[in-house]
Write a protein of this length. Structure first.
Ligand code: NI
Length: 224
C-alpha cells in the first residue's frame, strides 16, 4: 500500500526546518549506504552526528509519529531516526530495495515500512520524483512540502535525477507490529471504517462488532 499523508508538517515548522537545513553541512550519502546501495546512491545527507539532528528529529518525527494515519498504516513498534537528504542537479538514487535490517548492533530493527517526508516545494526543483514499482506499474511521487508518502520497504524504488534546483527530504523506516504488508493494508482499511463508525454511530451494535474485530485482529497478528 502506498499512502499519502498530507500536512504532516505545518508551515511554521517547515520554515524552521528549511532554515536549519540551509545552514547545515551535508556529506556524501554513500557514507551511510549498504553495499548494494553504494553503486546507485548519489545524494548528500546530513551527517549522523550533526548537532542540528536532535532539533530536526523533534520537529519532523514528533509530528510524523503522532499522526493518526501514520500510526494506523504502520502500526510501528520501532521507528528509526530519519536521514535528511539533499539532491542537487545531477543527483539521483537508482533502483534499490531498502536494507531489510537496520540500526546499530544494540538497536537492530527490521524495516517494514519506509516513509519519505518532503521538506521543500516541488516548484523548487525539476525531476526528483520518488518512483515506486507496484503491481499497478511505476508510481511517481512528488508531493508538496510537509506531505509524506508511506510505502513498503520491500518495494523496488528510485529517485529520479534532479535536473534543476534542490530536493530536500527526510527518510525514515519503521518495524511494524504486523510484518505482512497485506495484513497491514487490511487493518488500515478496517480501521478507517471503524473510526468513522465510532465517530458517527458510537452506540450501534455494528460499530461495536467492527471495533472488536479490529482490536482482536491486532491481537492475533501483532508481534511485540
Ligand atoms: Ni530507498
Amino acid at each position: 500500500m502506498l499512502l499519502q499523508i498530507p500536512n504532516v508538517l505545518a508551515k511554521d515548522k517547515l520554515t524552521v526546518i528549511q532554515t536549519i537545513l540551509t545552514k547545515s553541512q551535508f556529506v556524501d550519502g554513500k557514507l551511510s549506504a549498504g553495499m548494494a546501495a553504494e553503486r546507485v546512491k548519489n545524494n548528500e545527507e546530513l551527517a549522523g552526528d550533526a548537532k542540528e539532528i536532535q532539533q530536526l528529529n523533534n520537529l519532523v518525527m514528533g509530528s510524523l509519529v503522532q499522526h493518526p494515519d501514520y500510526q494506523s498504516a504502520t502500526l510501528p513498534i520501532k521507528i528509526a531516526s530519519p536521514f535528511y537528504a539533499r539532491y542537487r542537479p545531477g543527483m539521483t538514487y537508482g533502483d534499490h530495495v531498502d536494507d531489510p535490517v537496520m540500526g546499530p548492533p544494540q538497536g537492530r530493527y527490521r524495516s517494514d515500512v519506509s516513509t519519505t517526508v518532503f521538506l521543500n516545494e516541488p516548484a523548487n526543483y525539476e525531476g526528483g520524483e520518488l518512483v515506486i514499482r507496484t503491481s499497478f506499474g511505476d508510481q511517481q511521487i512528488k508531493l508538496p512540502a510537509g506531505h509524506a508518502i508511506v510505502y513498503p520497504s520491500s518495494s523496488l524504488h528510485h529517485v529520479a535525477e534532479v535536473t534543476q534546483g534542490e530536493r530536500l527530504v527526510a527518510v525514515t523506516w519503521a518495524q511494524s507490529m504486523v510484518r505482512d504488508a497485506a495484513r497491514r493494508e487490511l487493518l488500515y482499511e478496517l480501521n478507517q471504517a471503524r473510526e468513522s463508525l465510532l465517530k458517527q454511530r458510537p452506540e450501534e451494535d455494528e460499530t461495536k462488532r467492527v471495533d472488536v474485530a479490529y482490536v482482536n485482529l491486532i491481537r492475533m497478528w501483532a508481534e511485540t
